[in-house]
Design a protein around this ligand. Sequence first.
Ligand code: PEP
Length: 257
Amino acid sequence: MSRTPIMAGNWKMNLNHIDAVGLVQKLAWTLADERYDTAQCEAVVIPPFTGIRSVQTLIDGDKLPLKHGAQDLSPHDDGAYTGDISADMLVKLDCSYVVVGHSERREYHAETDEIVNAKAAKALSKGLIPIICVGEGLDVRKAGRQVAHTVAQVTGALAGLSAADVASLVIAYEPIWAIGTGEVATPADAQEVCGAIRKAVAELYDEATAEAVRIQYGGSVKSSNVVDIMAQPDVDGCLVGGASLKAEEFAKIVLFY
Ligand code: PEP
């Protein structure tokens, strides 16, 4: 498989900019001690907006083998959008990635598939790689509709995007019932939906695009379960919340290989 695994740590609304520097330093030291190889796995840290500048300075200044990203962006270029952050601002901070459509944004900020699609398109147009989050709630899972629900979200999020754009981006399958709950989907559950997402991309685009797109699993990933999850053929990495706030734990996840 030619897809490079990607482990992304979504810090959510945790850590001020000073704590952010401490965590990145400790993460880099731990990975260096373990002879981390970027060819084996890409490691990404995703601080809150207020931490990005400090993290960028540290990563660029010390040439750390880490990439960084943001948790959201505006679908607009600039203007009267109080509280929002534009793609250009993130590009200026050397962000490589931006999370789009996290379930917490969908729930607390009423983000629809259309908004997620507009944000993903804006990110791509500016050279940022979107990590597009999809996944079902417990009610949908109990009704056995997780595949149909998630594939519909993927279809909505990718609307109008070119095959080349889709091949370059990341889709994170995050069953909402497994986020921050300690409840993990089984590796087979993760594979079922990640495999269905790849099949949907093949149908919407072509086999080459489906082979190239990276699909993450997210939901209570820890060092103790990452190996089994990563053994699934259609899982190319993890989007990690809580466990990414502990440098040694996140390093173990990055070093799953
Ligand atoms: C997340 O919010 O993307 C996430 C997967 O969180 P956690 O790892 O804490 O379940």
